[in-house]
Design a protein around this ligand. Structure first.
Ligand SMILES: C[C@@]1(CC(=O)O)c2cc3[nH]c(cc4nc(cc5[nH]c(cc(n2)[C@H]1CCC(=O)O)[C@@](C)(CC(=O)O)[C@@H]5CCC(=O)O)C(CC(=O)O)=C4CCC(=O)O)c(CCC(=O)O)c3CC(=O)O
Ligand SMILES: NC(=O)C1=CN([C@@H]2O[C@H](COP(=O)(O)OP(=O)(O)OC[C@H]3O[C@@H](n4cnc5c(N)ncnc54)[C@H](O)[C@@H]3O)[C@@H](O)[C@H]2O)C=CC1
Length: 303
């Protein structure tokens, strides 16, 4: 059977299994305290992990020192010393949910990796990709929204550049929209509790319908009263999907402008606002220069 005849997508191996790992309250061992470790520590703390950092004070990155001494004293156990290796150290890698090394001693990192794999503890060795059970990626976070770019170890700087492009293209209201949808889902669950089954399917269909019918900026502006109206007159009315117009919201100038803008951008610039902006700037500059010459000529003539 050729690829084009296959009923489902062809499996192309070589990917990483991307997840959003819930580390809240989990124990993580971080060996090293330099620049790379400071980045690791930041993400671990944002995820609510309890981190044990081992690294001599004298080469601690200032951000790591700040986390240890000032901002996250409760979340970090700090040991001011060299880690001596999995065979001799008083800390046992098997006692942790995750182990990270970010040191400049490849031999030691390798021994940590072997010990972790024996103990089946996931490990990341910053300087040796084959010794990583998982890679970090270039990340961005806007409240509940998290995006990670991975290049499968090939080009971390490219991952960083792509992340910046994604960041610049995100709609402004994305955080508020996710927040509103989260609240609506919670209120729907209170009204129709339970897991799975036909009720679960009905709940999911209703949420999909709402997300399809409302634009991000409209979702972001949803008040508690509107959410109640959606549930009272929509969900409780045979699972009807009410649009913003149905609940009395006028599209408003902002909404109208967004619609027009999206249509114009799609038509003129293939969906890229930057291309359109460049085009408009070119149009203005292109008009301004001949205009200035013309006015200049009129002025000359009058004289
Ligand atoms: C495999 C991986 C393992 C892991 O770290 O988990 C890994 C490995 C290595 N990185 C090295 C170097 C650099 N790393 C960066 C930057 C980042 N590296 C990150 C992740 C990863 N790096 C994982 C794969 C990610 C993927 O799949 O795309 C990012 C995305 C996330 C983060 O670290 O938090 C973060 C960007 C964060 C951001 O800006 O958003 C830069 C650029 C810079 O510093 O500006 C350089 C210098 C340029 C260069 O060398 O390309 C070297 C040394 C190579 C050598 O010695 O020559 C190794 C080891 C090796 O490759 O052998
Ligand atoms: N994965 C990635 O994204 C990147 C990885 N790297 C690699 O990661 C490693 C760390 O990089 P940096 O943080 O920039 O180095 P760095 O030199 O700033 O920090 C190394 C840290 O490890 C500590 N350390 C060394 N031996 C130790 C031990 N036995 N026990 C405890 N702590 C120990 C040092 O005190 C220092 O704090 C390097 O090998 C580097 O090549 C570098 C850049 C990016």
């Amino acid at each position: 059977m050729s690829d084009s005849e296959a009923p489902y997508p062809t499996i192309i191996k070589g990917a990483s299994f991307l997840l959003a790992w819930r580390l809240e309250g989990k124990k993580v061992l971080l060996i090293g305290g330099g620049l790379v470790a400071s980045g690791r520590l930041y993400y671990l703390l944002e995820a609510g992990a309890h981190v044990t950092v081992i690294s001599p004070r004298k080469r601690l990155h200032p951000e790591t020192a700040y986390r240890i001494d000032v901002s996250n004293t409760e979340d970090i156990i700090y040991e001011d010393r060299d880690y001596v290796g999995p065979e001799d150290d008083k800390l046992n890698v098997a006692d942790y949910d995750m182990v990270l090394t970010a040191i400049d001693e490849v031999g030691l990192s390798r021994r940590v990796c072997i010990a972790c794999r024996e103990a089946r503890v996931p490990v990341n060795v910053a300087d040796v990709p084959p010794e990583c059970d998982f890679y970090f990626g270039s990340q961005l976070r806007r409240g509940p929204l998290q995006i990670m770019v991975s290049t499968s170890g090939r080009g971390p700087k490219i991952a960083s550049l792509i992340r910046k492009q994604i960041e610049a293209s995100l709609p402004e209201d994305v955080e508020e929209a996710i927040d509103s949808v989260g609240k609506l889902r919670g209120e729907l669950r209170q009204r129709a509790p339970g897991t799975g089954g036909s009720l679960g399917q009905k709940r999911m269909n209703w949420m999909i319908g709402i997300c399809d019918a409302w634009r991000l900026d409209e979702l972001g502006g949803m008040t508690p009263e509107v959410r109640k109206q959606l549930l009272d007159e929509g969900w409780n009315n045979n699972g009807k999907i009410l649009s913003p117009r149905d609940v009395g919201l006028k599209s408003g100038v902002a909404g109208w402008w967004m619609d027009i803008r999206t249509k114009v951008v799609d038509t003129l610039a293939g969906g890229d606002p930057q291309v359109l902006r460049a085009g408009i700037a070119g149009f203005i500059v292109g008009g301004a220069i001949p205009g200035a010459i013309y006015i200049g000529m009129l002025y000359q003539k009058r004289k």
